[in-house]
Design a protein. Structure first.
Length: 394
């Protein structure tokens, strides 16, 4: 079958039409890279209950916060790299859509230029702030009363109406332009009636074609701008004891995971201040040469040990999970889970699903969380979540 009018159909038009169908796809751009990746699947529904990275074929994985729920896997029946979403749709993409999916992509008769996107604005109500601050207070009290309980990450979900001219693909393209150093993604899950868009600063696990495994401790948050709206240099950022200790807890947790599997040969880089959009964080990177230590399965083993990390859950993990389950007023679902490409060109890159929004049921759900320790101040934690929400909607 010859694709229809290939030279007159750009990729944005093609994907917008795919987004009305029943076949999942994923778009992503890796940190500090320019090409946008696209994975298309002819499977309408595919879930995996256990994440064994070495056994998975090439594709895109999206896992929930709770291990008890199944992960979504988009098999890479077709994988292409695009220089721009405004480029002409590659012929092999149109051929795959028509021959494998049985769909016909038609030329958009209207102008290919979209209307200016309505910005997502939100105003938080006083009652909403008070409820969150009371949750922080309960968490601090629990930590103070329990000797072993050190940290818990609590989050909030905010639902807003979809703006009239909001375009999911244009929003994805916008965050790619704004956040060059973040992992930017759009995942279309038709069976769940969901579209997820995110800009994550946090690697969970990666392993490249040379066998180099990597993970990171990312914690501590402050605005990247001073009171006058001027960008702060990373070298001049000042950190409170609360953020320093919070980041150290995450680093110690990763090192303890290495100890559990008797991995002693690793490089520890940091902590250092990094900028992630409108925010700054403390980051420590850990690297292991899996070939050198003869441990090719390290990514799968560490993934099971790490997730959910103390950066999205807390320490100890079991107590933090229990507190979250008993106190957060919603089910996180895929928020604070992980996502990314698996086994494409012998590389796997999974990121924590932070700074994300979900489009479903004519609403946009925004998510943000913060790490609570004994030193947490409720009002400051609220302001931190407000800053984080602005990363994905700004």
């Amino acid at each position: 079958m010859i694709p229809t009018k290939t030279k007159e159909i750009n990729t944005l038009q093609t994907l917008k039409q795919l987004m009305t169908g029943q076949f999942p796809f994923a778009l992503w751009r890796l940190p500090n890279q320019k090409d946008i990746n696209l994975v298309l699947s002819s499977n309408q529904e595919q879930k995996v209950s256990k994440t064994d990275l070495e056994e998975l074929p090439g594709g895109f994985l999206m896992a929930p916060f709770e291990d008890s729920e199944a992960s979504h896997f988009i098999l890479a029946d077709l994988w292409v790299q695009l220089t721009s979403l405004n480029e002409q749709t590659p012929e092999k993409v149109l051929t795959f859509i028509e021959e494998e999916l049985g769909l016909v992509i038609t030329e958009n008769q209207t102008s290919s230029k979209s209307k200016p996107e309505d910005k997502i604005n939100f105003l938080s109500e006083a009652g909403e702030q008070r409820a969150f601050e009371e949750l922080v207070e309960r968490a601090v009290t629990k930590i103070e009363e329990t000797d072993s309980f050190q940290k818990v990450v609590i989050s909030r979900k905010k639902e807003i109406d979809i703006p009239e001219n909001f375009d999911a693909l244009e929003h994805f393209r916008s965050i790619c332009q704004k956040y060059a150093s973040l992992f930017c993604s759009l995942v279309y899950l038709p069976q769940e009636n969901q579209i997820w868009i995110g800009a994550s600063p946090e690697i969970l696990v990666t392993q490249d074609d040379q066998g180099i495994f990597e993970t990171m401790a990312l914690a501590g948050t402050q605005s990247a701008y001073d009171q006058n709206g001027e960008l702060i240099s990373c070298s001049e950022a000042l950190w409170r004891q609360k953020e320093i200790e919070e980041q150290a807890l995450v680093s110690r947790y990763i090192i303890n995971c290495f100890k559990k599997i008797r991995v002693r040969e690793f490089d520890e880089i940091g902590p250092k201040t990094i900028q992630a959009g409108n925010l700054m964080h403390l980051q420590t990177t850990f690297k292991v040469d899996s070939h050198k230590i003869n441990f090719p399965q390290i990514a799968s083993v560490m993934l099971e040990l790490l997730h959910p990390t103390s950066a999205v859950c807390g320490m100890p993990k079991e107590e933090a999970l229990r507190f979250i389950s008993e106190n957060e007023p919603y089910n996180r679902g895929l928020y604070s889970g992980y996502l990314g490409p698996v086994n494409l060109n012998q590389r796997t890159s999974l990121f924590v699903n932070l700074r994300s929004l979900c489009i479903a049921d004519h609403k946009i759900s925004l998510f943000a969380g913060c790490g609570i320790t004994a030193d947490s101040i409720p009002e400051k934690e609220w302001k931190e979540t407000e800053m984080k929400l602005k990363t994905i909607i700004g």
